[in-house]
Write a protein that binds this ligand. Structure first.
Ligand SMILES: Cc1cc2nc3c(=O)[nH]c(=O)nc-3n(C[C@H](O)[C@H](O)[C@H](O)COP(=O)(O)OP(=O)(O)OC[C@H]3O[C@@H](n4cnc5c(N)ncnc54)[C@H](O)[C@@H]3O)c2cc1C
Ligand SMILES: NC(=O)c1ccc[n+]([C@@H]2O[C@H](COP(=O)([O-])OP(=O)(O)OC[C@H]3O[C@@H](n4cnc5c(N)ncnc54)[C@H](O)[C@@H]3O)[C@@H](O)[C@H]2O)c1
Length: 459
C-alpha cells in the first residue's frame, strides 16, 4: 500500500509531523512496536518519572512547611503514588487515541518496521509481515537503555522497570545503588532520597552529569539531598545477589576495590539510538551519535528523514517534537522550506530537587570558543518567592555578548528553574538583547522577575 509518509516509531519524533501532514490531506502511516503513540516519553520516561518527582517535591516542601505553620505528619503511600503515575499514563494514552481517531488520513500500526529499500518498509505484525511503500520515510525509532557489560547487570532495574505502567517496585527501598550519574540516574536518586532511601551514585566520569557545564553542576550538587552519596571515577566490576534480596556491587575507586550493598541497584548508564533493521543497507549514513542529519532533519538519502533520539543530537522530548515539525515543513516545502532546527536553543532541565536548567551557550563553551561575554546574575537569596518558600539557594545566570549584548545563553539552579528556562530559552531563540529583557515587566512576586532584574544590572 502507498503512503505519502511512513514513520518508523510513533513517539515525539514522529507524531507531530504525522498529524501536521495528515491535516494537509497527506496519507500517513505510523508504525510502532508498542502500538501506541508517545514512545519512551510516556511509556517509561518523562511523564511517569515526573509524576513521581512532583510527589517527591511536595513531600520535601511539606517537611519544610511545618515550620511555616503547616503542621501534621504526611505519610507516603508508595503504591498509591505509583497508581497515580499509571493513571496519568492511561489518561494520556486515551487522549492520544482520541486525537488519532479524529484525524482522517492518519493510521497507526502495531509492529516492527524494517527498511527493505529506500521507499519500502516491511512490518512484522501480530498477523504476519506486511509491505508498504512511502514517498517519504521518517525514522523516529528513538533510543533504548544501554546496559554496560558488567557481570550481574541483569540483577539491576532500569528506568523501564521502574517507570513503566505496573512498575516492578511496590515499596520504597531503604537503600539504593545507582550506576550512572547522568540525567536518569541523578533524577531517580533524588526521588528515592526524598522518600528517605539512602542512595549511592556510582559515576564512571569525574563529575556528575558529565555532559553539562561543570559550573552548573558545581552549583547543583551541594543542593542535593544529604542522603545522596556520589562516588566519582567509580569503575563498577560486578553486581551479585546476597541473602534477603539484597544486592552487592563491587567497584574500583582510586585503585581500591570497594564492596557495598543495597536493597536495589538501578542501572542508568545511558541510552543508545535504535537503528531500524535495513536502514544501513538502504544507504542511510550513521554519525557518532546516531543517524546523521542536517538542520532540516534530512539524512543523506533524499526523502528519508531522522528525528528525535535516533539522531542523538538533542535527546529530549520537546526537541524531538520540534525536529518532527521541521521535517513536516521540509516535506511540505521541499527545497523552498525555510524552517530549520535550532539545536542550540533547546532548553534542558535536570529534574532533581532543586532542578538545574540551561539553554544556549554556557560559560565553559563561551570560554572554549573565545566568545567575549558579560554575565548578569540574580541570586535567589534576594527573591521574594524564594524567601516565601524558604528555598533561597541558587540563582539565575545570563550570558550576553560583550559588544552586542545579545543573550547567548543562561542557566538556573534552584527554585522554579524548570519554568524559568522557558522564558530564557525563548529570548535566546528570538535573539533578544539585555535591553529587551531589562525593559520587560517580569511578574512579581515570581522568580521570573529575576530575569529582567539580572539584565537591568548591566545598565
Ligand atoms: C527515565 C527518562 C526520563 C526522561 N525524562 C525526560 C524529560 O523529563 N524531558 C524530556 O524532554 N525528555 C526526557 N526523556 C527523554 C525522552 O523520553 C526522549 O528524548 C523522547 O522520548 C525521544 O522521542 P523519540 O520519538 O525520538 O523516541 P522514543 O520516544 O524512544 O520513540 C521511539 C518509538 O519507536 C519505536 N520503534 C523503535 N524501533 C522500531 C521499529 N523498528 N519499528 C517500529 N517501531 C519502532 C519504539 O517502540 C518507540 O515507541 C527521558 C527519558 C528517560 C529514559
Ligand atoms: N530531564 C530530562 O530532560 C531527561 C531526563 C532523563 C533522560 N533524559 C535524556 O535521556 C538521555 C539519557 O539519559 P541517561 O541518564 O540514561 O544517560 P546519560 O548519558 O545522561 O548518563 C549516563 C551516565 O552513566 C555514566 N556511565 C556510563 N557507563 C557507566 C558505568 N559502567 N559505570 C558508572 N557510570 C557509567 C556516564 O558517564 C553518564 O554520566 C539524556 O542524555 C537526556 O537527554 C532527559
Amino acid at each position: 500500500m502507498d503512503y505519502d509518509l511512513i514513520t518508523i516509531g510513533a513517539g515525539g519524533g514522529a507524531y507531530p509531523a504525522a498529524f501536521r501532514l495528515a491535516r494537509l490531506g497527506l496519507k500517513i502511516l505510523m508504525v510502532d512496536s508498542k502500538g501506541v503513540m508517545s514512545g519512551n516519553c510516556l511509556a517509561e520516561g518523562c511523564v511517569p518519572s515526573k509524576s513521581v518527582r512532583e510527589v517527591a517535591e511536595h513531600w520535601e516542601r511539606q517537611r519544610r512547611f511545618s515550620s511555616f505553620g503547616l503542621k501534621g505528619d504526611l505519610v507516603l503511600d508508595f503504591e498509591r503514588m505509583m497508581n497515580h503515575k499509571d493513571s496519568v499514563q492511561k489518561v494520556r494514552y486515551q487522549q492520544h487515541d482520541g486525537e488519532l481517531s479524529r484525524t482522517p488520513g492518519l493510521s497507526l500500526l502495531k509492529g516492527k518496521a524494517k527498511m527493505v529499500s529506500k521507499h519500502d518498509i516491511s512490518v512484522l505484525t501480530d498477523d504476519g509481515e506486511r509491505l508498504f511503500r512511502g514517498k517519504h520515510i521518517l525514522i523516529a525509532s528513538g533510543s533504548d537503555v544501554f546496559i554496560p557489560p558488567i557481570p550481574g547487570a541483569n540483577l539491576c532495574l532500569t528506568s523501564h522497570d521502574l517507570y513503566k505502567m505496573n512498575s516492578a517496585i511496590h515499596s520504597c527501598p531503604s537503600s539504593v545503588i545507582v550506576i550512572g550519574g547522568g540525567y536518569v540516574g541523578l533524577e531517580t536518586a533524588t526521588f528515592f532520597a526524598a522518600f528517605g532511601s539512602s542512595v549511592t551514585v556510582l559515576e564512571l566520569g569525574d563529575q556528575l552529569l558529565p555532559g553539562i557545564d561543570s559550573e552548573i553542576v558545581s552549583m547543583l550538587v551541594p543542593q542535593l539531598s544529604s542522603l545522596i552519596t556520589p562516588v566519582l571515577s567509580a569503575q563498577v566490576l560486578s553486581v551479585t545477589s546476597q541473602s534477603e534480596g539484597k544486592k552487592r556491587v563491587k567497584y574500583r575507586h582510586n585503585q581500591t576495590e570497594v564492596d557495598i550493598s543495597a536493597e536495589m541497584v538501578f542501572m542508568a548508564a545511558g541510552r543508545r539510538p535504535v537503528i531500524p533493521d535495513g536502514a544501513r543497507e538502504a544507504g542511510v549514513v550513521m554519525g557518532p551519535r546516531g543517524i546523521e542529519v542536517d538542520d532540516r532533519m534530512r539524512t543523506n538519502v533524499p526523502h528519508v528523514f531522522a528525528c528525535g533520539d535516533v539522531n542523538g543530537r538533542t535527546p529530549l522530548f520537546h526537541a524531538a517534537v520540534r525536529q518532527s515539525l521541521v521535517c513536516a515543513h521540509q516535506i511540505m516545502g521541499g527545497e523552498h522550506a525555510s524552517d530549520r532546527m535550532d539545536f542550540g536553543s533547546v532548553p534542558t532541565t535536570v529534574f532533581t530537587l532543586p532542578a538545574a536548567s540551561y539553554v544556549g551557550l554556557t560559560p565553559s563553551i563561551l570560554k572554549e570558543r573565545s566568545i567575549p561575554f558579560k554575565r548578569a546574575t540574580y541570586f535567589f537569596e534576594e527573591d521574594s518567592r524564594a524567601q516565601i518558600f524558604g528555598e533561597t539557594a541558587g540563582g539565575i545566570h545570563l550570558f550576553f555578548h560583550s559588544e552586542t549584548l545579545k543573550l547567548l545563553g543562561g542557566y538556573v539552579v534552584g527554585i522554579d528553574a524548570e519554568n524559568l528556562i522557558g522564558e530564557i530559552g525563548l529570548a535566546v531563540s528570538a535573539g533578544l538583547s539585555a535591553m529587551d529583557l531589562a525593559s520587560f515587566a517580569d511578574q512579581h512576586p515570581m522568580a521570573s522577575e529575576g530575569i529582567s532584574k539580572a539584565a537591568r544590572s548591566l545598565f
